[in-house]
Design a protein around this ligand. Structure first.
Ligand SMILES: Nc1nc2c(c(=O)[nH]1)N[C@H]1C(S)=C(S)[C@@H](COP(=O)(O)O)O[C@H]1N2
Ligand SMILES: [Mo]
Length: 248
C-alpha cells in the first residue's frame, strides 16, 4: 500500500469514523466537520446514518441520473488525487512500450476469462459525458470523460448480470468494488479519454471507471483487472471506514 500516494493519509486517523457516514451525507459537510464532529447532535446524526443498511441506501438512491453539465462548466484545473502514476516496475514497463503489451484482465463470473488490449477497448462504442466528481476530502470538479458504457462492456464480456458485485484491481494496488446495479447504471463509463484527449496518467491511464453517481474514491484509476463476483470485495478506502456504497 505504501506505493499509493495519499494526500489524505494524515486525515484518516482523525476522520476515519467520519468517512463512514460522510459519504452518505454528502461531501458538503466536510468543510466544517472538525467542529461539527464534537457536537452531540452531529454524532447522533452520524450514528443514524451509519445505521443505514446497504438496502436502505439502494432504496433511497434508486437509479437516478447524475446531473450532466456543459462545456462552459468544465473546471479549468481538474485536481489530481491519490496516485498520479503507479510506481511499479510493471507500469514503468508498460510506459516504455507505449502500453502495447498492456491487457485488461476480465474474470470471475464471466462467460470466459478475457484479456483485452487498448485497441479492443477503443473499438467498442464510446460515449462522452460532462459530470461532477466529488471527493470525500471536500473538493469537487467538473470534467469531461469519454469511454465505453460499462453496461455494454459487461454484456460484451459475457458477465453474469445477476451477480452481486463488480470488483476492480488497479496498478497501484488500489482496489474498489460496486454493486451490479451501479455497474449497469447508464452513466457508468469505462473512461479512456479526458477532455477529448487520451486519458493522462494522472487521471488513470490507460483506463478508469467513471461514475458520476459515486464519490471520488469509488472511481478506480489505472485499472488492470475487473472481476464479477458474489463475494463482497470491499476496497482500499472502504476497508478503512469510507462508505462502500459511496453515492446514489
Ligand atoms: N488507482 C487509484 N484510483 C483512485 C485513487 C488512487 O489513489 N489510486 N484515488 C481515488 C480518489 S480518493 C479520488 S478523489 C479519485 C481522484 O481522481 P483524479 O485524480 O482523476 O481527480 O481517484 C480515486 N481512484
Ligand atoms: Mo477522493
Amino acid at each position: 500500500m505504501s506505493r499509493i500516494l495519499l494526500p489524505t493519509r494524515k486525515l484518516v486517523g482523525r476522520r476515519k469514523f467520519l468517512g463512514l457516514s460522510m459519504a452518505g451525507l454528502g461531501a458538503t459537510l466536510l468543510g466544517g466537520c472538525d467542529r461539527l464532529s464534537e457536537a452531540p447532535q452531529f454524532l447522533e446524526l452520524l450514528g443514524s446514518a451509519e445505521g443505514l443498511t446497504y438496502r436502505m441506501q439502494r432504496l433511497l438512491g434508486g437509479n437516478a441520473l447524475a446531473r450532466e453539465f456543459s462545456v462552459a462548466d468544465l473546471s479549468p484545473d481538474f485536481k489530481v488525487n491519490g496516485t498520479h502514476a503507479p510506481d511499479t516496475p510493471e507500469y514503468a514497463a508498460f510506459q516504455e512500450t507505449g502500453f502495447a503489451n498492456w491487457r485488461l484482465r476480465i474474470d470471475g463470473l464471466v462467460a470466459k476469462p478475457l484479456d483485452l488490449s487498448l485497441a479492443d477497448l477503443r473499438a467498442m462504442p464510446q460515449r462522452t459525458q460532462i459530470t461532477r466528481h466529488d471527493c470525500v476530502e471536500g473538493w469537487s470538479a467538473i470534467g469531461k470523460w469519454g469511454g465505453v458504457p460499462f453496461s455494454y462492456f459487461l454484456k460484451r464480456v459475457g458477465a453474469d448480470l445477476g451477480a452481486k458485485y463488480v470488483g476492480f484491481k488497479c496498478d497501484d494496488d488500489y482496489h474498489t468494488s460496486i454493486d451490479m446495479a451501479t455497474a449497469l447504471h447508464p452513466q457508468t463509463n469505462l473512461a479512456l479519454t479526458y477532455d477529448g484527449q487520451v486519458l493522462p496518467a494522472k487521471y488513470g491511464y490507460p483506463v478508469k471507471l467513471r461514475m458520476p453517481t459515486k464519490l471520488g474514491h469509488k472511481n478506480p484509476k489505472h485499472i488492470r483487472a475487473i472481476y464479477v463476483t458474489n463475494t463482497y470485495p470491499g476496497g482500499y478506502w472502504e476497508d478503512q471506514g469510507y462508505n462502500w456504497f459511496g453515492g446514489s
